[in-house]
Write a protein that binds this ligand. Structure first.
Ligand code: GLV
Ligand code: MG
Length: 310
């Protein structure tokens, strides 16, 4: 599974940003042909993106291109030009504003045709589906199960808030007047369930107040706490916060590795299933929880500072 703690959005029409993006320590970069590119710049942006993928140094990053959504006239040419031009330099396509599973099936089929025509390995290019309105959210379960290529669902809070008429203009913040609870809780949980039902990752979208890193951190913490795998970043200032918030703490990582090691010892050497690790009782369910944290810690490059002694 790829690490996606920080997912950098880069407008495909801006060569300076395409250059700068290569230097930032993000897990994923997506070169955008959709909402950060003006309608009159859409066609020219495709060639910029192909050149940036082919010639840029994206090592260590997952390379994604966001095409335009299927209600526009641009989508099919976006896919064909990007994948024919740079398919070998690309990991996934992101399809925005997905409302129903047939849209993902369409993209899967088109990708297969292009891969066969070009002699690429069939099925290597993955899909990220952005859920950005009520219809997409209600259909999220079916969307998440619609293609073997799907790697992640992605929440698009700006479009989503507009689509449901949520009464705020500040993306990710609570609508004024809503004083109980968290207005995003249902949406985030709904996406998490749909994604996990199909073993997909799930990514939180952008926080637009790019000068407010504390605000970013607070909003990122909310989805990270529920189990989201990462969040978009729009500015270098948000990158470190995203990588940190979506990595386990050193303490949690050490604890998780300790549980795995202790559980392995007790179940095999002592043949016991529910055992004590210090003051804590651990069993098979603890092992599963520890596996998740340990995997995220290893992916984040953490190393152990504690060892288990029976
Ligand atoms: C991202 O695409 C969003 O709409 O928030
Ligand atoms: Mg959007």
């Amino acid at each position: 599974m790829r690490s996606r703690r920080s997912v950098l959005a880069v407008p495909g029409s801006n060569p300076r940003f395409l250059e700068k993006a290569q230097t930032l320590p993000v897990d994923e970069v997506f070169l955008d042909l959709e909402d950060s590119v003006a309608p009159l710049a859409k066609e020219a942006a495709r060639a910029n993106v192909v050149a940036a993928l082919r010639e840029g140094d994206w090592s260590g990053k997952t390379r994604v291109v966001r095409v335009n959504d299927l209600t526009t006239r641009w989508t099919y040419r976006d896919v064909i030009e990007i994948v024919e031009g740079a398919g070998a330099f690309l990991d996934c396509l992101m399809l925005p504003k997905v409302q129903d599973p047939t849209e993902v099936v369409w993209l899967d089929t088109l990708l297969t045709q292009i891969e066969k025509t070009m002699g690429y390995e069939v099925g290597r290019i993955g899909i990220e589906a952005q859920i950005e309105n009520a219809r997409g959210l209600v259909n999220a379960d079916a969307i998440a199960g619609s293609s073997e290529r799907l790697e992640t669902l992605v929440f698009g809070p700006a479009d989503f808030m507009a689509s449901i008429n949520m009464r705020t203009l500040v993306v990710g913040e609570q609508p004024p007047g809503y004083v109980e609870g968290d207005a995003y809780h249902y949406i985030l949980m709904r996406l998490l369930m749909a994604a996990r039902m199909h073993d997909l990752q799930v990514i939180d979208g952008p926080y637009l107040q790019i000068k407010d890193v504390e605000g970013f951190r607070r909003v990122a913490q909310r989805s990270a706490a529920l189990g989201f795998d990462g969040k978009w970043v729009l500015h270098p200032a948000q990158v470190d916060a995203a990588n940190e918030v979506f990595s386990p703490s050193q303490e949690d990582y050490d604890h998780a590795e300790l549980i795995l090691e202790a559980y392995e010892y007790y179940t095999t050497v002592e043949k016991r299933g529910a055992v004590m690790l210090g003051d804590e009782m651990i069993d098979e369910a603890s092992r599963k929880m520890a596996l998740v944290v340990a995997a995220k810690g290893r992916a984040a490059g953490l190393s152990r500072t504690k060892r288990f002694t029976p």
